[in-house]
Design a protein around this ligand. Structure first.
Ligand code: PRT
Ligand code: ZN
Length: 284
C-alpha cells in the first residue's frame, strides 16, 4: 500500500483528486476523513494541510505527497521531486507600492518586507547581498504596505490582480512554482516503488493526452504527401481512402500548442472537414 498525502482543502486538492480519478483510481472521499483507501488500486490518501505534507513525507507518515514547490522550499525538507504535476502554477515575487521608484534590488536595503515565506526570501536576499528586515506574517500579506506594517511584500502571485488591487507593483520574481509530487526514493522499498511506478505510468498517459489532440481531416489524394509532412503523427499518420475517388481521410496526433499554426498550413494545402478532438489517455 502506497500512502499519498494531498491537501485536504485548498487550491491543490481538487486537481490532485482529479489526476488520481483520471488515472482510473476510485477513492470514496465524500466526507474527506483523514485517511481514505482506493478500492481498485493499492493506495491510501491522507488529507492534510499543505504546510504539514513535506514533514509527514520526510518522517515516513506518508510515502509521497502532493504540494506546491513553494511550500517544499520553505520547509527546507530534503525530499526528491518525483514528478512535476503541471497545475497550481504561480510565482513568488517581491512587490512594492506602485508610487515608489525602483532601481533594482538595492532598493530593499534597510527596508521592511512582509511575507509568509521568510526562508525563501532570506535565502534570496543573502544570495544577492541585500540586507532587509523580514517581517513574518501568516496571512493577508498583500495589505501590509497599506496598513504601514512593511515597505514591501514577498508573496505568491498568479494573475497579479491582488497586487494591483492593493496598489502594489511586482518588481522581481524570486522563484516559479507548481504542484509537485515529493518523496524519498531511497526509503520506498521494492513493493511501494513498484506501485509508484505504475501510478506514474498512468499519470504520464493522462498528461500526454492533455498535451495533444487527435486530428482527422479529408484531403485530395494529390496533397497527401505534403500534408503528411506537416502532421507526422505518433509513428506516421493514418491515411484511409474515402468512398469518393481522389480523396483520403488522414488521422494524426498533434501537440496542443501548435494546433492553430498547423491547421492554417493544412487548410492552405487543401485539407477539408478538419476535426480536432481531445485525447483522454496516450501511451507511446
Ligand atoms: O489550508 P492549507 O494550509 O492547506 O492551504 P493554504 O491556504 O496554505 O494554501 P492554498 O490552498 O491557498 O494554496 C495552495 C498552493 O496553491 C500554494 O502553496 C501554491 O503552491 C499554489 N497557488 C497557486 C497559489 C496561488 N496559485 C495563488 N494565487 N497559492 C496562493 N495564491 C494566492 C496568493 O497568496 C495571493 O493572495 O492568491 C493571491 C494572488 O493571486 P492573483 O491571481 O491575484 O495574483
Ligand atoms: Zn498552508
Amino acid at each position: 500500500m502506497l500512502k499519498i498525502a494531498i491537501q485536504k482543502s485548498g487550491r491543490l486538492s481538487e486537481k490532485s483528486l482529479e489526476q488520481i480519478a483520471e488515472s482510473g483510481i476510485s477513492v470514496a472521499n465524500g466526507d474527506r476523513k483523514l485517511v481514505a483507501q482506493a478500492s481498485n488500486f493499492p493506495i491510501e490518501l491522507l488529507y492534510l494541510r499543505d504546510d504539514d505534507i513535506p514533514q509527514c513525507v520526510y518522517d515516513g507518515v506518508a510515502d509521497v505527497g502532493v504540494v506546491g514547490e513553494n511550500v517544499l522550499l520553505e520547509t527546507g525538507c530534503a525530499l526528491d521531486i518525483v514528478e512535476r504535476l503541471g497545475f497550481g502554477k504561480c510565482r513568488m515575487s517581491l512587490a512594492i507600492p506602485k508610487s515608489e521608484k525602483y532601481g533594482g534590488l538595492t532598493w530593499f536595503n534597510g527596508r521592511k518586507i512582509a511575507t509568509s515565506y521568510p526562508k525563501i526570501l532570506q535565502d534570496f536576499l543573502d544570495r544577492h547581498g541585500v540586507q532587509a528586515d523580514i517581517h513574518h506574517i501568516s496571512g493577508s500579506v498583500e495589505i501590509s504596505t497599506g496598513v504601514g506594517i512593511a515597505d514591501a511584500i514577498f508573496d505568491i502571485v498568479s494573475s497579479g490582480s491582488t497586487l494591483i488591487s492593493n496598489g502594489l507593483k511586482e518588481v522581481d520574481t524570486v522563484v516559479h512554482s507548481e504542484a509537485v509530487m515529493v518523496g524519498r526514493k531511497v526509503a520506498l522499498g521494492q513493493e511501494k516503488a513498484a506501485i509508484l511506478e505504475k501510478l506514474l505510468f498512468r499519470l504520464h498517459a493522462v498528461q500526454k493526452g492533455r498535451k495533444n489532440k487527435y486530428v482527422m481531416l479529408n484531403a485530395p489524394a494529390a496533397s497527401v504527401e505534403k500534408i503528411t509532412a506537416v502532421i507526422p503523427g505518433m509513428k506516421s499518420p493514418t491515411v484511409i481512402p474515402l468512398a469518393q475517388e481522389g480523396w483520403c481521410s488522414i488521422h494524426s496526433v498533434l501537440p496542443e500548442g501548435q494546433i492553430w499554426e498547423i491547421i492554417d498550413q493544412l487548410h492552405s494545402l487543401g485539407a477539408q472537414g478538419i476535426l480536432v478532438m481531445p485525447i483522454e489517455k496516450m501511451i507511446l
